[in-house]
Ligand binder design. Sequence first.
Ligand SMILES: Nc1ncnc2c1ncn2[C@@H]1O[C@H](COP(=O)(O)OP(=O)(O)OP(=O)(O)O)[C@@H](O)[C@H]1O
Ligand SMILES: [Mg+2]
Length: 251
Amino acid sequence: MSASLSEKTDASATGNTSAVNHDLQENLRRLDRLANLGLVSASIAHEIKNGLVAIKTYVELLLEKDGDTEMTEIVRRELKRIDSLATQMLRLSAPKSTMLTTVQIHEVLDHSLRLLEHQMNGKMIMLKRDYRATPDTVRGDESQLQQAFMNLVLNGVEAIGSNGELTVRTELFSDAPGRNGLKIFFQDTGPGIAVENLSRLFEPFFTTKKNGTGLGLAISQRVAEDHCGKIEVVSELGRGSTFIVSLAAEL
Ligand SMILES: Nc1ncnc2c1ncn2[C@@H]1O[C@H](COP(=O)(O)OP(=O)(O)OP(=O)(O)O)[C@@H](O)[C@H]1O
Ligand SMILES: [Mg+2]
C-alpha cells in the first residue's frame, strides 16, 4: 500500500497523470475485490450456519438411536467446531452494526473476567487487576469490546495452561496534545511467542492450537481498529506475553 502511495507521489511530481490514474484505479479495484470477498465469506458462513441447524437436528436423532458413544462425541464436537468457525467467519466479514455508547472500560473488563473466572480458578491461574485509568470511559460498542477482551483473556489462559498469573492493567496516555487514549494490558506468564510467529498472529486462521480457529486475534484487532485503536504485542520466550489494546479515551 505504502509502495503504491509513493509511486503516486513520484508520478505526479513528473507530471505523469495517467500513471496516477492507473494506480488509483488499481487501488480502487483492489478495495472493491476485498469488499466483495467479505460479502462472499459472510454469505457462505451464513449458509453453512443455516444448513447446520437441519443437520444438527437430524444427526442428534440418529445419534440417540446409535449406541456408539465415542463416535457420538466426535460428531458433536466437530459440528460444534464448524458452527463456531462459521460464527466467527460471519463476525469477521459481515458488515458491522456498531452500537456506540459511552463505555466504562473497567465494567466491561470485570464482566468479561467474571465469565472466565471459573475457568481460571480451575486451572490455578491467579488473576490480578490493576486498574489505573481514571476516568475509564471510551466511546464504543460494548459488546464488541467485550468480545475482544474475552479473546485476549482466553488466549492468556490457554497460553498459561495451569499455574500462572494473568494481569489486567489499564492506564491513560496522551500521544499528542488533545489526543488522549486508554491502554489495556493483558499480561500472562505463559511460554511466550516464537519470533517467527509474531508477525502472523493477527492473520485470520493463523493458529498453533489443535482446536483453534485462528480468528480470535483477527477479530480483536478489527474491533480495536473500529475504535480508532490498535493492538500491540510484547513477548519473551519463557517469560510470557503482553497484548496491549489502545483506544481513544473520552475524557
Ligand atoms: N497470550 C498468548 N501467548 C502465546 N501465544 C499466543 C497468545 N495469544 C495468541 N497466541 C498465538 O496466536 C495464535 C492466534 O491466536 P488467535 O486467538 O487468533 O487464535 P487461536 O487462539 O489459535 O484460536 P481461537 O481464538 O479462534 O480459538 C494462537 O494460536 C497462538 O499461537
Ligand atoms: Mg484465541
